[in-house]
Write a protein that binds this ligand. Structure first.
Ligand code: SAH
Length: 236
């Protein structure tokens, strides 16, 4: 009797597993996404409910080149062309949580890439302004974001080192390419009380992910939070 019950449970588990296609319909991807959020993100300590919800909702497989779709929910970055990458899901969630975004916040991102980080942030904040230096990437991210209803994300081609003065000040700024210093224009465009997250260090080594706070008097403080590996900042 007990054996039979175990067999039924084992069979049910098998059926459940085989119901998660790697290629295929949206429902399969949703299950992969939920598993990704549980194992790669929640189990590593990301707690902000709005960030977890956004990570469960944004269809990461639509932000990677078609030939990498089957790997979209795996625990690593993926190539997006022109030598650039879409970050590991955990890093996207971790950085978004660090920004302590609230509905209504205005966010600036340096390094649109695929548009995935901007899409996630747009689900937690009010508006996202993102700049990408490669024309091809800016154009494809813009079309992708518009096509999937991320109407509160605005993409521009350009050198994000200089921020986006006309849209400033920002409540939060996220830099998704490694720099050897914090671009001064970004500090200027950060609102008092705002947060900025940036990987600082050499282009071909690990970098320190640095959390920068600007207090209400405009004073800047910094702390390192994690070692990361990002593609280098270009331009400037
Ligand atoms: N946030 C992206 C991944 C970033 S990869 C995503 O979610 O997919 C880093 C991106 O920054 C690359 O696309 C690269 O072309 C871009 N980049 C590098 N230097 C830049 C600069 N100075 N201004 C704007 N974009 C830059």
């Amino acid at each position: 009797m007990i054996l039979t019950r175990y067999r039924i449970i084992a069979l049910a588990a098998l059926v459940a597993l085989s119901a998660i296609p790697v290629h295929g319909a949206g429902a399969g991807y949703k299950a992969l996404r939920e598993r990704m959020v549980k194992r790669q993100i929640e189990d590593r300590g990301v707690k902000n409910p709005a960030v977890l919800e956004a990570m469960k909702e944004v269809p990461r497989h639509l932000f990677v080149p078609e030939r990498y779709r089957s790997e979209a929910y795996e625990d690593h970055p993926l190539p997006i062309g022109l030598g650039q990458t879409i970050s590991q899901p955990y890093i996207v969630a971790f950085m978004t949580e660090l920004l302590q975004l609230k509905p209504g916040d205005r966010v600036f991102e340096l390094g649109t890439g695929s548009g995935y980080q901007a899409a996630v942030a747009s689900r937690v904040a009010g508006e996202v302004f993102t700049v990408e230096i490669y024309r091809e990437l800016a154009a494809s991210a813009e079309a992708r974001l518009a096509g999937h209803g991320y109407s509160n994300v605005t993409v521009r081609e350009g050198d994000g080192y200089f921020g986006w003065e006309e849209k400033a000040p920002f409540d939060a700024i996220i830099v998704t390419a490694a720099a050897d210093h914090i671009p001064p224009p970004l500090l200027e465009q950060l609102r008092p009380g705002g947060r900025l997250v940036i990987p600082l260090g050499g282009p071909f080594s690990v970098q320190q992910l640095v959390m920068v706070n600007k207090d209400l008097k405009g004073r800047i403080s910094e702390r390192g939070v994690m070692l990361v590996r990002f593609v280098p900042l270009l331009g400037h």
